[in-house]
Ligand binder design. Structure first.
Ligand code: PNS
Length: 181
């Protein structure tokens, strides 16, 4: 396997918002790393107006999750995915498909990307079945409503989420304290 940062080997980009990275994402990234020489997990900057984590936080925690994998790199991108993939020298984009409901949107994005850059292939992979119901959106909803996200996200991400919650509670207490003054 060729380590990231070198120009050798076939590079695949696994793009996404990853707000937050779920165990389903991890499953897809690890499968990609077995098929391609190098994989870059690329975090879309400014995907949502009010993300749970900043792009820098998402990159940091994803780096931590894949730190033991020499052929998995983590990066951030802005603008057109195909332009970014071309600059990186990638031969493919990898996307996970969990259910038929994912298909229509992914199909449209793939054909648009192919229209923009015919040489770039999109490869679809299915995660292990225990992750077919796991999404960042639902994970965030469960978390915001006080439910447990254990088993839905990697332990590293769970710790970051708990830290985020502790900060939010502290800020709220400070705000209430200030209001009372
Ligand atoms: O995790 P997500 O939110 O499903 O990822 C979506 C992503 C990042 C793959 C998609 O929004 C994207 O590629 N954005 C970059 C903008 C772009 O290239 N748009 C035109 C092609 S459809």
């Amino acid at each position: 396997m060729t380590p990231p940062g070198t120009s050798g080997g076939r590079l695949a980009i696994v793009p996404g918002s990853f707000d937050p990275l779920t165990n389903g994402h991890v499953d897809i990234v690890l499968r990609s790393a077995q098929l391609f020489d190098r994989v870059t997990v690329s975090v879309l900057v400014n995907a949502e107006k009010t993300p749970l984590f900043t792009a820098a936080e998402r990159v940091a925690m994803i780096r931590e999750v894949f730190s033991a994998h020499a052929n998995i790199d983590v990066d951030r991108f802005d603008g057109l995915l195909v332009e970014y993939a071309r600059r990186q020298g990638a031969c493919a984009i990898v996307r996970g498909i969990r259910a038929v409901s994912d298909f229509e949107h992914e199909f449209q994005m793939t054909l648009m990307n192919r229209h923009l850059e015919p040489a770039l292939e999109t490869v679809f992979m299915m995660p292990a079945e225990q992750y077919t119901y796991v999404s960042s959106r639902l994970t965030k909803e469960v978390f915001r409503l006080g439910g447990s996200v254990h088993g839905l996200v990697p332990p590293v991400v769970e710790r970051w989420m708990q830290a985020k919650q502790a900060t939010a509670v502290r800020n709220e207490k400070t705000a209430i304290g200030l209001q009372g003054e």
